[in-house]
Design a protein. Structure first.
Length: 149
């Protein structure tokens, strides 16, 4: 289903309905399924639905913490990172690693931590200096719009 996000989204919705995630503990696949739904929605340009599914990832992950703590923290961290919650994502990735998250997810969590911890506290990721140049240009544009230069 590569590149067929609409078809993938429909298939995932059908699969989602079959998951036993409605119980108190949930299931590992519910967090992963919600993550895939969020990614499909994001690729289709539906940010609101992507946000909805990212919240479902977090909800599902929190139900998993008693039985599958490393996976729960991992999926929670991925969703928090996607939602822009950097500090919470860092904490969740650290918790996942501390709970003995297995490879390949462990490697992905370590890489995400490296990126998140070294990223400047700005909403835009990019080359150092690029953001300041863009900010200066944007400031100039704002000034010219309001005739303040």
């Amino acid at each position: 289903m590569a590149g067929k996000h609409m078809d993938a989204s429909e298939a995932l919705k059908k699969g989602w309905e079959l998951l036993p995630g409605s119980e108190d503990r949930g299931c590992v696949q519910s967090a992963a399924g919600a993550w895939l739904m969020a990614q499909c929605c994001q690729n289709l340009g539906d940010k609101a639905m992507s946000h909805y599914w990212l919240k479902k990832v977090i909800e599902g992950a929190r139900k998993l913490k008693s039985g599958f703590p490393s996976e729960a923290h991992y999926w929670e961290a991925k969703a928090l990172e996607a939602l822009g919650e950097k500090k919470q994502a860092v904490t969740a990735f650290r918790n996942a690693i501390a709970c003995h998250l297995f490879y390949p997810s462990r490697h992905e969590a370590q890489e995400a931590l490296r990126v998140l911890e070294n990223a400047p506290n700005r909403p835009h990721r990019g080359k150092q200096g690029q953001n300041s140049k863009n900010s200066q240009e944007l400031g100039t544009i704002r000034l010219s719009i309001f005739n303040l230069n």
